[in-house]
Design a binder for this molecule. Structure first.
Ligand code: GLV
Ligand code: GLV
Length: 327
């Protein structure tokens, strides 16, 4: 008999069709907002769930869904999973790495450029009919080329941003990471390892690409913002909570840093109200991996994991492989 799989959010019809070839599928194509109680109810009798990165999978949910065996996230980040609780219950988690690396690095660079060159702010000015005459100091920003790019979080996406900066724009690239890259990879990315404080003090542009964990909570708060140059820009494409958004809004308002570009927010889709009122910030709704081919590849990888695990016992990108050894 076919295993039963729940798809927690609306997704490509082709994704549902692929799942239906292997599983009995219940989906949420209406994209209703399910409470955790509703998610638990929908998960009764299901062995697998397709999640998008916003559905919280924790010990309480797992205790209430004893048949659940795999949660397949259509995201590289998996801070919506309590992985320890999943491992303790023998539930596999999978994510969607690699397929979004270059697309997300492109977006990090786009957001950096939009921020440094004040593209969103100047477009709002133009659309509002405020452009009456040109002047020499209109929307002067900061340079990308030849500047110092500081990357915090040097995983695959951070490396992609480093390559773009060094090879495409002649930037000097410095990075901070929990562990140092090996020498060959550092050379390939043309990136030098520095301490976090040195990075914040010397970078003209700081890009955040660290995974969210309790240890990375508020990696950038008031103290870190105070170290940055007043001309510097900050870009967060990592996760809400990596930056203290209230402290950032205050720093932007007081021009203690020049500008910020944010794709992720604490408590999103809510956005700190002060961020909405300061002009020197570019705000996008968590779209860094959003190109049609990449979103399809991410959905496909989540499906590959569900099929790989529930049908063949071999998931593609397991997060807690200890579960496999224990089976
Ligand atoms: C692969 O097995 C698929 O169903 O696409
Ligand atoms: C998006 O934020 C992801 O983690 O894939």
């Amino acid at each position: 008999t076919k295993a039963k799989v729940l798809v927690a959010r609306s997704i490509f019809p082709e994704t549902i069709a692929r799942l239906q070839a292997h599983f009995e599928v219940e989906s949420n194509q209406a994209d209703d907002n399910w409470s955790s109680a509703q998610l638990i109810e929908k998960l009764q009798g299901k062995q697998g769930v397709f999640t998008t990165g916003s559905e919280r999978i924790d010990g309480a949910l797992l205790a209430a869904c004893p048949e659940l065996k795999i949660c397949a996230n259509m995201a590289v980040g998996y801070n919506n999973f309590d992985l320890d609780a999943m491992t303790a219950r023998g539930v596999l988690g999978t994510n969607a790495p690699d397929v979004l690396t270059e697309t997300t690095a492109d977006f990090g660079f786009a957001l950096l450029m939009a921020t440094a060159r004040r593209i969103a702010e100047s477009e709002h000015f133009l659309r509002a009919g405020k452009w009456k005459k040109w002047s020499y100091d209109m929307f002067s920003g900061s340079d990308i080329h030849g500047s110092t790019l500081g990357i915090i979080g040097m995983g695959r996406i951070g490396q992609g941003i480093a390559r773009r900066g060094a090879l495409g724009f002649g930037m000097k690239v410095i990075y901070h990471n929990r562990s140092r890259l090996d020498a060959a990879l550092e050379a390939e990315c043309k990136a030098s390892y520095v301490g976090k404080e040195e990075l914040l003090k010397t970078a003209d542009h700081v890009v955040l690409v660290v995974p969210y964990t309790p240890a990375s909570h508020h990696t950038i708060g008031a103290a870190e913002l105070a170290l940055m140059k007043p001309t510097a820009t900050l870009v967060n494409i990592a996760r809400g909570g990596i930056v203290d958004d209230a402290a950032l809004a205050a720093a932007l308002r007081e021009r203690r840093i020049a500008a910020a570009g944010l794709d992720v927010f604490e408590g999103e889709p809510q956005v700190h109200p002060e961020l909405l009122t300061v002009p020197n910030v570019v705000l996008t709704p968590h779209i860094a991996s959003a190109t049609v081919p990449t979103r399809r590849a991410m959905a496909d990888l989540a499906v590959d994991n569900l099929i790989g695990f529930l049908v063949d016992g071999k998931p593609v990108t397991p997060l807690n492989p200890a579960v496999l050894a224990g089976r």
